[in-house]
Write a protein that binds this ligand. Structure first.
Ligand SMILES: Nc1ncnc2c1ncn2[C@@H]1O[C@H](COP(=O)(O)OP(=O)(O)OP(=O)(O)O)[C@@H](O)[C@H]1O
Length: 238
């Protein structure tokens, strides 16, 4: 199983728990959409999954290994919601650096192809400090699509990416979720999730209130938006 989260709790301070007894799993070849209102704990859950914050209860396994192990870290890649990247590197140097971290050889032809496809043709030799916000997000995506980890975790990385590139992203993320690889995609963009997700998980006030497949969601609720509204109303979030 690419990801199993078992009874996980997390609090930044003892007064205010953020995650309560969260359990979820992502099967092979699956894209799971993670949704929930602002402040519901999605980014915290993602950071706990990737061992950037340490669980205070429960266990997490990536590709069968505890998330704190080197093997789990080598099996996963995290695309954060911000666009903080090393500005003193060029796009190509950043991708080369990321390949070095994962001990993977760099295929320049594939790199150049991705830059072309994401409307950044020829910009791989420019410094990241000269990239726009959307270009930085696309650079993060290119790294993930080239490195093809068993688990890719994308936290709101599509914010600010233009519509044409989002369409290409949708194709690429579907191709990524093959050969045993899976993706956790946290987004407020229900349109994208409806186009690509197999499964969906809903987190509200730190509680995982729903996990199921998108086909059943469409059948039982009509669409993701209705599902989200029903759960939000049922727990009384404004
Ligand atoms: N470093 C931190 N220290 C203390 N509290 C934090 C910290 N980071 C987040 N929180 C709090 O934890 C809760 C969950 O935040 P989190 O960022 O995980 O939510 P989210 O679901 O990702 O929200 P959004 O959709 O707005 O990105 C919020 O109440 C937030 O204020």
């Amino acid at each position: 199983m690419p990801l199993t989260v078992d009874h996980v709790d997390y609090a930044y301070s003892f007064q205010k728990p953020v995650l309560h007894d969260v359990s979820l799993s992502i099967s092979e070849n699956t894209i799971m959409g993670l949704i929930g209102p602002n402040g519901s704990g999605k980014s915290t859950l993602i950071k706990v999954i990737l061992d950037l914050l340490q669980t205070q209860g429960g266990t997490i396994r990536i590709d069968g290994q505890k998330n704190s192990t080197r093997s789990a870290k080598m099996s996963s890649i995290y695309l954060s919601s911000n666009d903080y990247l090393p500005e003193f590197l060029t796009g190509e140097e950043y991708i080369r650096f990321m390949h070095g971290l994962y001990a993977e050889p760099l295929d320049m032809q594939v790199l150049v192809g991705h830059f072309d496809r994401y409307s950044m043709g020829g910009r791989h030799r420019d410094l990241i400090e000269d990239y726009s916000h959307g270009m930085r997000k696309k650079l993060q995506l290119i790294a993930a699509f080239m490195l093809e980890r068993r688990l890719t975790v994308i936290d709101e990385t599509l914010n600010g990416v233009d519509i044409e590139s989002v369409k290409i992203f949708e194709k690429d993320v579907r191709s990524l979720a093959k050969d045993g690889r899976s993706v956790l995609l946290c987004s407020h963009d229900f349109g994208v999730l409806e186009n690509v997700a197999d499964d969906v998980a809903v987190l509200i006030q730190g509680v995982l209130v729903f996990q199921g497949d998108l086909g059943s969601v469409n059948k039982d609720y009509g669409n993701l938006s209705v599902l989200a509204s029903e759960y939000i109303q049922s727990v009384g979030v404004e």
